[in-house]
Design a protein around this ligand. Structure first.
Ligand SMILES: NC(=O)c1ccc[n+]([C@@H]2O[C@H](COP(=O)([O-])OP(=O)(O)OC[C@H]3O[C@@H](n4cnc5c(N)ncnc54)[C@H](O)[C@@H]3O)[C@@H](O)[C@H]2O)c1
Ligand SMILES: O=c1ccn([C@@H]2O[C@H](COP(=O)(O)OP(=O)(O)O[C@H]3O[C@H](CO)[C@@H](O)[C@H](O)[C@H]3O)[C@@H](O)[C@H]2O)c(=O)[nH]1
Length: 451
């Protein structure tokens, strides 16, 4: 099938590459000429395991190409995916300007039937806005053409995006009513058939239910994390170990082990913004969203949990103190720094007068970029953060190690080497990577989450 993907970011690029890999002819559009140039030169603009190989093999096979040419992209695909950003607006609602602009471009250039597939995470009712924007452009052109606007929310996780797309738990497709809806259903069924040879995982539903399903999934997962973070803090006060409690409850199949890990609060480009947007939607319709507000409040507080532990250990004034930080990305296997808890901790430490030497295996370039934003107008604070070339180098001469991201090679470090490099053997672990008894037995003061 001929497919266009509008937006070549984390979701658009993975969608385009995976659809090309099963034999479709895919054209990816982005308005960011830098991204398209990187892609056209055989690279990828993000770090995502397995993605480069898929992009390269399909590009060379002629099934996957990239463009900044809007008219060409609309002409190409019978199916037009919209996978542009929906960042939070000032009031927390999803900013739909990129989605609507993409829709208008389709309306301006289409010359025959198109299925428009909204893959961006968008509030209930957005498909109607996309439909209206395209219809308006067609009216301005004095043209009447059939098209269907469907909702196909994406559930991939960064760091596992290719695997998630290739082996989905479910494919949610919201279909509009009527004849164009039935045409769209048949095309979507055909498009996704290769991803579900043994089990039909497609859940066809109405468009509004599909749109809400995406927010419901993320809000549920965020709720589990805030619940565990709240319990972790309680466990610590009560002298219990949250890691044992986690295993104790996860073994109940009604609860399950996934997404029960306490930490430094959820970050990333999705949970924070999607919980906010759902709260906003609820409020707009007269619902208080009491639970979701609490989920968000717990998360905001949890992002500073290590700062509170550090202050408890050293006092509020951290001037003269020097911390090593391991991990900067919001989670392992990505270079994404959006809403990363490390940014909150870096700000808090340098505001209190400390210096930090930080290391992340892939997010160093992205860290440099976001620190310019976080410390705009504060050059002295920015200068208090240095980036190291290795985990070991970050430790040299620091007063303590702070662990922010659970990269797998941090899990079994050489504790003797850590001890030798640090001024004092102190670890603040935001990811509960180690057995406290073992680390303390090695002579460390060890502060983790909820234990
Ligand atoms: N990142 C994830 O893990 C993830 C997972 C599921 C869903 N989502 C949702 O998918 C959407 C995209 O997220 P992302 O992380 O891929 O964003 P992103 O910022 O990585 O990529 C979006 C891209 O769209 C481009 N763009 C914006 N307007 C455009 C236009 N009119 N035409 C062409 N290109 C345009 C931007 O230049 C950018 O490259 C969001 O709604 C997000 O909530 C993200
Ligand atoms: O038990 C857990 C699991 C996750 N996290 C944190 O939660 C955040 C999000 O992690 P994860 O869900 O793995 O990454 P994302 O790539 O943000 O993926 C989420 O957001 C995407 C965008 O909507 C959805 O598509 C995915 O299904 C959903 O998992 C990160 O900060 C994690 O550290 C925890 O603190 N504890």
């Amino acid at each position: 099938m001929k497919v266009t993907v509008v937006g070549s970011g984390y979701v658009g690029l993975v969608t385009g590459a995976c659809l090309a890999d099963v034999g479709n002819q895919v054209l990816c559009l982005d308005l960011d000429a830098r991204k398209i140039e990187i892609l056209n030169q055989g690279g990828i603009p993000i770090h995502e395991p397995g993605l480069l190989e898929i992009v390269q093999r399909n590009r060379l096979a002629g099934r996957l190409s990239f463009t900044t040419d809007v008219a060409a992209s609309v002409a190409h695909g019978d199916i037009q995916f919209i996978a542009v950003g929906t960042p939070p607006d000032e009031d927390g609602s999803a900013d739909l300007r990129y989605v609507v602009a993409a829709a208008r471009n389709i309306g301006k250039h289409m010359t025959g039937f198109k299925v428009i597939v909204d893959k961006s995470t968008v509030p209930v009712g957005t498909a109607d806005k996309v439909h209206a924007a395209i219809a308006d452009e067609l009216t301005q052109r004095g043209t009447a053409l059939d098209f269907a606007v469907t909702s196909n929310p994406e559930f991939l996780k960064e760091g596992a995006a290719v695997e998630d797309f290739m082996r989905p738990d479910r494919i949610v497709v919201g279909i509009p009513t009527g004849e164009v809806g039935e045409r769209a259903r048949a095309m979507m069924q055909q498009l996704y058939a290769p991803f579900q040879r043994n089990h039909d995982r497609t859940l066809f539903m109405d468009v509004r239910s599909a749109e809400l399903t995406k927010y419901a999934a993320n809000a549920m997962l965020a709720t589990r994390i805030s619940f565990m973070n709240e319990l972790a803090n309680l466990a610590e006060t009560l002298g219990a170990d949250i890691e044992l409690v986690r295993r104790g409850i996860g073994s109940d199949p009604r609860i399950g082990y996934h997404f029960l890990y306490p930490g430094t609060g959820y970050g990333g480009s999705c949970f924070p913004k999607d919980v906010k947007a759902l709260i906003r939607t609820a409020q707009e319709h007269g619902h208080a969203a009491t639970l979701l507000n609490a989920v968000e409040e717990v998360n905001d507080t949890q992002k500073s949990v290590l700062v509170r532990k550090i202050e408890k250990h050293y006092g509020n004034d951290l001037s003269g103190k020097h911390f090593a930080m391991w991990g900067l990305a919001f989670k392992p296997n990505t270079d994404d720094m959006r809403e990363a808890p490390s940014r909150v901790v870096l700000q808090a430490l340098v505001e209190r007068g400390a210096r930090v030497t930080a290391y992340d295996p892939v997010a160093m370039e992205e860290t440099n970029r976001v620190l310019e934003l976080d410390f705009a107008g504060k050059p002295a604070q920015r200068a208090a953060i240095a980036l190291a070339q290795s985990a070991q180098q970050a430790l040299e001469g620091a007063d303590a190690l702070v662990i922010m991201t659970e990269w797998s090679h941090f899990r079994s470090p050489d504790f003797a080497a850590i001890k030798a490099a640090l001024k004092a053997p102190v670890i603040f672990d935001g990811r509960n990577l180690f057995d406290p008894a073992y680390v303390r037995g090695e002579g460390f003061a060890y502060f983790a989450i909820g234990r």
